[in-house]
Design a protein around this ligand. Structure first.
Ligand code: ZN
Length: 160
């Protein structure tokens, strides 16, 4: 199987069977992001546990790339620290700027796992925004969750 069609299979699989989809409670921040050029939308919630991402839950609609990207991102960031998740987001940004260079995809494969399948999207500037929307939403939600948690952190810790 050719790499390109294998990548397409991975994207279609996430689109048809999205991982972690649905809005769950509790959550620390919720954001709504849109990509007007394509009509993609995502509502994304982040639940933190200390400095780690305990859950990312979401609902969205739009093209297969935008929706598959949220699913692949969910797998990559849940259970990681916010710092690690944002670093992975930077790697994904690098992939989206690679203009289809296979060397970049090769280098980032370990870090991005299934999300490396979006390498082919980087050849199409209009579709890059579709793939990046979920990561922008995550960055936004994480920042809000962290700043919301900071001033109100109780001394005894909250729920278990
Ligand atoms: Zn799109």
């Amino acid at each position: 199987m050719q790499l390109e069609s294998m990548y397409q299979e991975i994207i279609l699989d996430h689109y048809r069977n999205p991982h972690g989809r649905g809005l769950r409670e509790p959550f620390d921040a919720e954001v709504h992001h849109v990509n007007p050029t394509c009509g993609d939308e995502v509502t994304l919630r982040v639940r933190l546990d200390g400095g780690s991402i305990a859950d990312v839950s979401y609902e969205g609609m739009g093209c297969s790339i935008s929706q598959a990207s949220v699913s692949a991102m969910h797998d990559l960031v849940v259970g990681r620290t916010v710092t690690e998740a944002l670093a992975t987001g930077e790697d994904f940004m690098t992939l989206m700027q690679s203009k289809g260079d296979p060397a970049v995809a090769d280098k980032l494969e370990d870090s991005l796992e299934d999300a490396v399948a979006f390498a082919g999207v980087s050849k199409y500037p209009a579709r890059v925004k579709c793939a990046l929307m979920s990561w922008m939403a995550l960055k936004d939600a994480s920042a809000r969750a962290l700043s919301a948690a900071h001033p109100t952190t109780p001394t005894g810790g909250n729920d278990s």
